[in-house]
Ligand binder design. Structure first.
Ligand SMILES: NC(=O)c1ccc[n+]([C@@H]2O[C@H](COP(=O)([O-])OP(=O)(O)OC[C@H]3O[C@@H](n4cnc5c(N)ncnc54)[C@H](O)[C@@H]3O)[C@@H](O)[C@H]2O)c1
Ligand SMILES: O=C(O)C[C@H](O)C(=O)O
Ligand SMILES: [Mg+2]
Length: 577
């Protein structure tokens, strides 16, 4: 991915015929935007209407069509149809209107798309590997003819807060790779969405005659891990330099898989690590809103609702930051109260249960509060500054809970992070009403800012891993590091709030606007590369660029970004990497 995208051409795969096939291939199709010479060269003269329209005009027309649709899911479908016809135009639209379209191609609408994926699928995209493919996974990867720089893979077992959606989870892998392109400047030819169909335990899907996956229960135990191993080995063999992003794996497997591969393979789990980095970024931003410095995070106390992969990942990562800023390990653990579906987690709990391992050091002493204490009582006792929700339970932050946070704190930090919107622990409106608009608020899915009767506006920041995963992926690949370290992720968390101005902090803004996502991703990537260099993880050529300073690094990062413009299409004898 080291090239100047703007100077580029599109090299047509030698197997592609000229003529109508060009129009039917979404990578090469430009619709009415083929120039006269291309129409000759590609054999499409007369196959498209005579008038030439530049991409900007095409985008304006299709944007108006999309805007005229009422239902978000119809907008999603309209965009997928466009992607199936003309990828460049699709990414141009998403790039130009990211703020309006992120909620369509991503949370919350992508949740509905996954729920209805069997009915909505028009044209397959990405790769599907099922239990029936065991033994053949690596050879199947050679059916994918392009080189791959990033793979987003899910096993569909925990799609957003919607549970086990089996093969329908492909929608989430596709949404995430679209954000790698739109937000991180990845070339769409080199991103690959994948679903591992290891079965589903969702009875509705098993009984659905149109379900797209293998209708059987999920693989479990060693059989499951052997399948994952076969997939990872296949990727390492076929695309040795590709980054693997694990997405929406259920907690009992997510941590185990991450621990097994994170020191050998360029990979990360977005729900554990991407989320943790974005939440820490939001907390650093909140410290600035409170008029302080990011180091003030050591003064905070956290109540976390949810002890799954997101909750445990966030807690462990904030713990690292507290220790890095001067607390002892134990002091830092004392700052957390973690609650799951059975209430407060203490040493009275079975901490050996699957998925509980990362939570173990956060379990409270029996003497603090009884095991299972409910949220409101925990808040009364712990007097937290920050309340976080990764529980998937809509309405968990009741009016009483929010009011209590507002009583304890002048400016309570309230983060209902569960996705999609239907699972958020509270809405922005509810948080604003219960706290008189004083909350520093951030939710996983988008909400509107709330204007209070006195004219004050409570900012409804979106705290979503979208702010970091494209930049982390970009930085990791460009650094040529062989792994993604905690230090690289901590650097990503510090990069995001550095993009905000003092005025923005004063207004309660803790994340930059999403329409700056390319600049955010580039800056995250710069900081990730610098961290990798500090840790001695980069080869000589990268070390040289880093040693020249941030400007040289910026130039390097931006020069690799793919820009959604049409480029001249040419033929060559061999396919381009
Ligand atoms: N904002 C983001 O960027 C982001 C990133 C990752 C995950 N998430 C969201 O976080 C949620 C959780 O993800 P996960 O992978 O950790 O899921 P999970 O299913 O593994 O964990 C859910 C946890 O919530 C707990 N829980 C259930 N009911 C509860 C209650 N009444 N009170 C307190 N805790 C309760 C469960 O015991 C479990 O520990 C999902 O909705 C997901 O979309 C958001
Ligand atoms: O997909 C998202 O919107 C964020 C996160 O990865 C999640 O699983 O909720
Ligand atoms: Mg996720």
């Amino acid at each position: 991915m080291h090239r100047r995208a703007t100077d580029d051409v599109v090299v047509m795969h030698p197997d592609t015929s000229r003529g109508i096939e060009v129009l039917h291939n979404p990578v090469y199709n430009k619709g009415t935007s083929f120039t006269a010479s291309e129409r000759e060269r590609l054999g499409v003269r007369g196959l498209v209407p005579p008038r030439f329209f530049p991409i900007g005009q095409q985008a304006t027309k299709i944007w108006a069509q999309n805007q005229s649709l009422e239902r978000p899911l119809d907008k999603w479908q309209h965009l997928q149809d466009l992607k199936d016809r003309n990828e460049t135009l699709f990414y141009r639209l998403v790039h130009d209107h990211i703020e309006e379209l992120a909620p369509i191609i991503y949370t919350p609408t992508v949740g509905d798309a996954c729920l209805n994926f069997s009915k909505l699928l028009r044209r397959a995209r990405g790769m599907y590997f099922s239990v029936d493919d065991r033994g053949d996974i690596n050879s199947m990867m050679f059916n994918w003819k392009r080189s791959v720089s990033v793979i987003v893979v899910t096993d569909g077992s925990r799609i957003l807060g919607l549970g086990d959606l089996g093969t329908n989870g492909m929608g989430i892998s596709q949404g995430k790779v679209d954000l790698y392109v739109a937000g991180g400047g990845f070339d769409p030819q080199h991103v690959l969405p994948v679903v591992l169909d290891v079965g589903t335990n969702n009875e509705d899907l098993l009984n659905d005659p149109y379900y797209l996956g293998v209708p059987r229960k999920r693989l479990e135990g060693e059989e499951y891990y052997a399948f994952i191993e076969e997939f990872i080995r296949g990727v390492r063999n076929r695309w040795p330099n590709a980054l693997i992003q694990f997405e929406d794996f259920q907690t009992k497997h997510a941590n185990k898989i991450l621990q097994r591969y994170r020191n050998d393979v360029l990979c990360f789990n977005d729900d554990i690590q991407g989320t943790a980095a974005v939440v820490l970024a939001g907390l650093y931003g909140a410290m600035k809103c409170l008029g302080g410095h990011r180091k003030d995070i050591v003064k905070q106390t956290f109540v976390m609702c949810g002890a799954g992969s997101a909750g445990s990942g966030i807690a462990s990562f904030i713990h690292q930051a507290l220790v890095a800023n001067g607390l002892s390990e134990d002091e830092a653990y004392q700052r957390f109260y973690i609650i799951d579906k059975d209430g407060l987690i203490t040493h009275d709990r079975n901490l050996d249960a699957p998925g509980m391992e990362p939570i173990r050091p956060f379990a409270r002493a029996r003497s603090d509060l009884p095991d299972g204490t409910r949220l409101l009582d925990v808040i009364e006792k712990a007097r937290p500054t920050t309340l976080m929700g990764v529980s998937t339970v809509s309405g968990l932050f009741t009016r009483e809970v929010l009011q209590k946070m507002g009583e304890i704190n002048e400016r309570p930090i309230i983060m209902p992070l569960s996705n999609p919107t239907s699972r958020a622990e509270c809405t922005a409106q509810q948080a604003a009403e219960a706290t008189g608009g004083r909350a520093i608020f951030s939710a996983g899915s988008p909400f509107e800012d709330v204007e209070m009767p006195n004219g004050h506006v409570m900012k409804a920041n979106q705290g979503n891993n979208f702010y970091v995963f494209p930049g982390v992926g970009l930085g990791a690949l460009l650094s040529k590091s062989s792994v993604i370290s905690d230090g690289m992720l901590q650097a990503a968390a510090m990069a995001v709030p550095a993009m905000l101005t003092r005025e923005q902090h004063e207004s309660g803004t803790i994340f930059p606007r999403i329409n700056r996502i390319r600049d955010i991703s580039a800056y995250v990537a710069i900081k990730v590369i610098e961290a990798a260099a500090r840790e001695g993880r980069v080869p000589e050529d990268i070390r040289k660029i880093v040693s020249k300073g941030e400007e040289a690094l910026r130039e390097y990062v931006y020069s690799t970004m793919w820009i959604p413009n049409y480029r001249p299409t040419v033929f060559s004898c061999s396919s381009r990497k």
